[in-house]
Design a protein around this ligand. Sequence first.
Ligand code: R2B
Ligand code: URA
Length: 291
Amino acid sequence: MNINPFIQNITPDTILYVLDLKINEATLNKFRGIKYVFMQGSGNRAMHFANRVEEQISNLKPHYFKPMNLTPRSAYEFYRVGPVLSVSHGMGNTSILTLLHALTKLMYFAGNTNLEYIRLGTSGGVKVDPGSVILTDVAYTSELIAGYDIAALGKTITYPTNMDMKLNNKILAAQPVSLDFPVLRGNSIAADDFYQGQARFDGAIKINYDKKKREEYFNKIIQLNILNFEMESTALASFCNRAGIPATMISATLINRIDGDQIILPDVVLTEFSERTHILALNYLKSQLHI
Ligand code: R2B
Ligand code: URA
């Protein structure tokens, strides 16, 4: 793990503003011994996944406890079950990037330097059946660049956005052949928004492309083996490359964008699709923890 030399020494007044946490022994004791960090958009889904980890992974029987939110005054929610932390990242690269800084500082201060970060998300598929689950190898921008721009002091540096191949191999190897939905490995686009950045026609403002131009764009992304659109993978991959933390993304597709823009499947179906990512993550955790 590569940590910023400026933050290596904790002082009595060290705080993590975006988590609304004061860094002292009592706080750090709640977070020692974590290895696997799972990230999802909403606090509800982060809590739901933590409950499933508690039911299926923890050795406590009967199941008396429900994981509680350890960052109750923050917009980000953190739930812990043994070596597993389940957190919410909000929506978009800027939201997850801010979380990644604060989370990684917290993990470092708590002595957790052997970490894995895995986003469990939803996405819009391209030429794949809705409900397929995608494991991302490389994250692209909407401009089809495999890199993420960070601007500081008026200069921009583009950082690489490859996910961790070894982690992807381990996650795939942990899956039984009996899964009743497709799991595909490919690349993803992290767009800046849900509409124009994902080549939709149904955003609020006028667009400068038509069906033909979009088809050309979709053909290009298919050639790059890009299988889905979402909004966080480039920030996640580039941050984790720089920090030396193995990371990847497992995301369910809710729509095949070749067929349209609107997500029209019933809520129960969408929930079932998005929980397929939990199935892969739980299988992976069980293989790691020898359960
Ligand atoms: C997937 O779903 C969200 C948008 O609906 C966004 O956070 C993403 O990456
Ligand atoms: N999330 C996205 O970012 N895009 C979609 O189409 C679906 C979910």
